[in-house]
Design a protein around this ligand. Structure first.
Ligand SMILES: Nc1ncnc2c1ncn2[C@@H]1O[C@H](COP(=O)(O)OP(=O)(O)O)[C@@H](O)[C@H]1O
Ligand SMILES: [Mg+2]
Length: 334
């Protein structure tokens, strides 16, 4: 069978294709054998693309810093009602299986694992975003600095909520299409921070838009008028305007083209530096994870397979599953 495979993911292109066409602005910029194009790109755009691949870099954080967020023996089970041959049954999925972890101030903890391994559930559990009532069982202790937060009521939790924000994968789905950029960013200032002064809010909005690389004069425009990368900047501005201590980044670059992905990663690193923010960075992409994480958790089927300093795990994996992950991400097959 012949395959025409369309993607923005260079790792996959490298592994799957014999020949490649590089497109830009409706034109084929370069075409040829995969190995030749990756080893010796001729076109400027191809060169730019290849240089946009996330690289390893020296990341610094204070290893003696305080623990900002920790989970002890976290366990999450979703109980879903299903019908099996006319009878009601309950299907239980143990999405997070007795996981313990702690995150230090200023650190980025990467969480990597295949789709369905429990990454999102783990992140959202730590931020109290997984519903504890309904059909979900959540167990385990969660601490924000020295405070237990796992058993707090919604109202008791509110002051903590403002300090913990989240950025989702899909900047198309996560922004309300009926609100302007200004309204999107302003909402948190009103609801979470109860900021009554209009001018003070406007000032905050302008500052954060500048900081994330958006033109403040565009604040009255709506999300559909922006590109994917710009929308992710809006989502990042919405989180950072509250000056959070902690941000959960759930696959924030997975929907973006490589060169845009690079810009967003740079922005997140810059913001972390300026605000000393702590991150959990969830991704299925080891290259992205390597370029941003100090420490790393490898998950599969709700459990942690490997946990430690990112560099050590990536250069010296102990587990066969991790070894395979690394091989398919970095072992370039020509
Ligand atoms: N609200 C839910 N109800 C039932 N099952 C869920 C729910 N959310 C996630 N799951 C299941 O839990 C497992 C882990 O999902 P998730 O945390 O989204 O994984 P990942 O983010 O690694 O792709 C999957 O089997 C998924 O189908
Ligand atoms: Mg997920």
């Amino acid at each position: 069978m012949s395959i025409l495979f369309i993607t923005h993911d260079l790792t996959i292109v490298r592994q799957i294709s014999d020949r490649v066409c590089v497109m830009y602005n409706g034109k084929i910029k370069e075409t040829g054998f995969t190995k030749e194009i990756f080893e010796n790109p001729k076109d400027d755009y191809t060169k730019h693309l290849l240089s946009s691949e996330p690289k390893e870099r020296d990341l610094y954080y204070d290893k003696n810093g305080r623990s900002i967020l920790s989970g002890d023996n976290l366990n999450v089970t979703f109980n879903t009602k299903v019908k099996v041959s006319g009878r009601n049954k309950v299907l239980s999925i143990n999405a997070v299986n007795k996981i313990s972890l702690h995150i230090k101030e200023g650190e980025t903890l990467g969480i990597v694992g295949e789709s369905g391994s429990g990454k999102t559930t783990l992140g959202q559990t730590l931020l109290r975003l997984v519903d504890r009532e309904s059909n979900t069982d959540v167990e385990g202790e969660i601490k924000f600095f020295d405070d237990r937060i796992d058993h707090l009521s919604r109202k008791q939790f509110k002051p903590f909520r403002n300090q913990m924000q989240i950025v989702f994968q899909d900047p198309y789905a996560s922004l309300n299409p009926r609100l302007s950029v200004k309204q999107i960013i302003e909402e948190g200032l009103i609801v979470a921070l109860n900021m009554k002064d209009k001018n003070e809010r406007l000032n905050k909005i302008e500052n954060i838009m500048n900081e994330v690389g958006l033109e403040p004069s565009s604040m009255l425009r709506f999300p559909h008028e922006f590109s994917g990368g710009q929308r992710q900047r809006i989502a990042i501005a919405r989180s950072f305007v509250l000056n959070p201590k902690f941000v959960l980044l759930d696959e924030p670059t997975s929907a973006l083209d490589l060169s845009i992905q690079k810009q967003i990663l740079e922005l997140l690193l810059q913001l972390q530096k300026n605000h000393k923010t702590t991150y959990i960075f969830i991704s299925h992409d080891l290259r992205v994870i390597r370029s941003i994480s100090h420490n790393l958790i490898v998950m599969k089927d709700g459990s942690i397979l490997e946990q430690g300093v990112a560099k050590n795990i990536l250069t010296n994996p102990q587990n066969d599953y991790t070894k395979n992950l690394i091989k398919s991400a970095f072992d370039i097959i020509y």
